[in-house]
Design a binder for this molecule. Structure first.
Ligand code: BG6
Length: 482
């Protein structure tokens, strides 16, 4: 694989995603020696920029001294082409640039070549750029891979239209739909935990698990991104994609093998068994400013309409209707402007049957995806010392303690490495995407048609009134002291 002649075209090279994620990830891979020896990276965007400005942009999120030799060597691989997103001549120029770079790298007929088209672009131009690539750049004599990122539509119907348009341009195995949560260390770890250890799979079902809580909390609001956010809301922004992807990996049956299609088959299969979410099983919120006025509310953001009823917080119960999970509530919770930054998967086990010890708290397995990666099992022990009481403790695997020397890579670095390797395991297949929208679309449409007004919650709080009761009353979550 290291000898493949590789061209990566980053569309939207002057934008935020490219600057914050794509280029830093490419640089990280370069530093680790993980880019193929012969690679060129061509940025493409509308903005006219000279070399210096381009370099300033793409290096602005590098966490290293820019005068370092490796930065300079990396930049030597990078070129920039400016052009419109719908103009034949511009894409022909891009093709010329790709060809010239390949010649320089020693292109020959026998040489295996890959073109990666990374669309770090707003969805409004996905299709036109796809068409331009197909008509003016696509090279059938090499392997082509197209990387796209959400939003993939805003409901089932629009997502299907987009899939159809993209599907008419590229084959499914050429398409890599990014959900960056699938590149996170602890999300990738779920497969290993579940299927490489004897003691999890044995209890991974409705007989032992009481409920599962998948929680995403951010301590900041939409600051500046309100224009984008208001069209989508928290359900489309993180639940329908990131949290549901995580749920599908926690809930899926063991795959036949680690081949990407086997994994994606199992994920799709479990998504098919999830019932559409009901409005009655949902709690919606929108943040308001703090009383002391230091933090502004969602609607105080200039980019948000003053009468917006877009939820910035949502909590809902899902049901997976299969043998393994029937009767187990899955609670998803996601919110902006809450009291902390945290993403966890909390699996609460049932009460200990026939207890020798009465009134026990429940065991829980917690996978903390961020900020500090960890897995811990809340376990009851005898209180140490002369006491005979019981105490809740943790079997705790904290990565920052156990793996001090390992730098956990950004999700984008691992995902781009997967694209380089042609591995689809951590990307969303079109049928998975379709199922994800099927689960959420009736709810989203009902929220729109009923004009459901979200409950207010203060910036920096735990969410709207009733958030904790929701988990205990609706999902049977039992509080237990840590
Ligand atoms: C993005 C959402 O997909 O994920 C953002 O659009 C959200 O609203 C972000 O902040 C969270 O990602 P991470 O990696 O910071 O947890």
């Amino acid at each position: 694989k290291h000898d493949v002649l590789t061209t990566i075209v980053v569309f939207g090279a002057s934008g935020d995603l490219a600057k914050k994620k794509t280029y830093p990830a490419l640089f990280h891979l370069f530093q680790q020696g993980l880019l193929p020896k012969r690679t060129r990276i061509i940025g493409y965007a509308r903005t006219q920029m000279d070399r210096d400005k381009f370099v300033d942009r793409v290096t602005s999120f590098f966490k290293t001294d820019l005068s370092n030799a490796d930065v300079q060597q990396f930049l030597a691989l990078c070129a920039y082409v400016s052009g419109k997103y719908d103009k034949d001549e511009d894409f022909q120029r891009l093709r010329g640039e790709i060809d010239a770079n390949e010649m320089q790298m020693g292109k020959s007929d026998e040489q295996e070549r890959v073109h990666i088209y990374y669309l770090a672009l707003p969805p409004s131009v996905f299709v036109s750029v796809g068409e331009q690539i197909r008509n003016n750049v696509y090279d059938a004599s090499c392997t082509n891979r197209v990387v796209i990122e959400k939003p993939f539509g805003h409901d089932l119907q629009s997502s299907r239209l987009l899939s159809k348009a993209i599907g008419s341009l590229f084959a499914e195995d050429e398409i890599y739909r990014i959900d960056h949560y699938l590149g996170k260390e602890m999300v990738k770890n779920i497969l290993a935990l579940r299927f490489a250890n004897v003691f999890y799979e044995a209890v991974w079902n409705r007989h032992y698990i009481a409920n599962v809580q998948i929680t995403f909390k951010e301590p900041f609001g939409t600051e500046g991104r309100g224009g984008y956010f208001d069209e989508f809301g928290i359900i489309r922004d993180v639940m329908q994609n990131h949290l549901l992807q995580v749920l599908s990996i926690v809930a899926m049956h063991p795959p036949k093998s680690l081949r990407s299609e086997d994994i994606r088959d199992r994920k799709t299969e479990v998504l098919r068994r999830i019932l559409p979410i009901q409005l009655e099983d949902t709690l919606l919120g929108q943040y308001v400013g703090t009383r002391d006025g230091t933090k502004l509310g969602y609607k105080d953001d200039d980019t948000v309409p003053k009468d917006s009823i877009t939820p910035t917080f949502a909590q809902c119960v899902l049901h997976v209707d299969n043998e393994r999970w029937r009767g187990v509530p899955w609670v998803m919770k996601a919110g902006k402007a809450l009291d902390e930054a945290k993403m966890t998967i909390r699996i609460q086990f049932k009460d200990m049957p026939n207890a020798v010890f009465p009134n026990l708290a429940r065991n829980e397995l917690v996978i903390q995806v961020s900020p500090k990666e960890s897995v811990y099992i809340k376990t009851i022990v005898k209180e140490p010392g002369l006491s005979t009481n019981l105490a809740m403790s943790e079997l705790d695997l904290s990565y920052h303690k156990r793996y001090q020397d390992v730098k956990i890579p950004d999700a984008y670095a691992t995902l781009i490495l997967d694209v380089l390797n042609g591995d689809h395991s951590n990307f969303v297949r079109s049928d998975e995407l379709d199922e994800a929208w099927r689960i959420f679309t009736p709810l989203l449409h009902q929220i729109d048609s009923d004009q459901v007004v979200p409950l207010p919650y203060e910036y920096g709080s735990r969410g709207p009134k009733g958030v904790d009761e929701f988990a205990t009353e609706r999902a049977g979550y039992k509080l237990s002291s840590r």
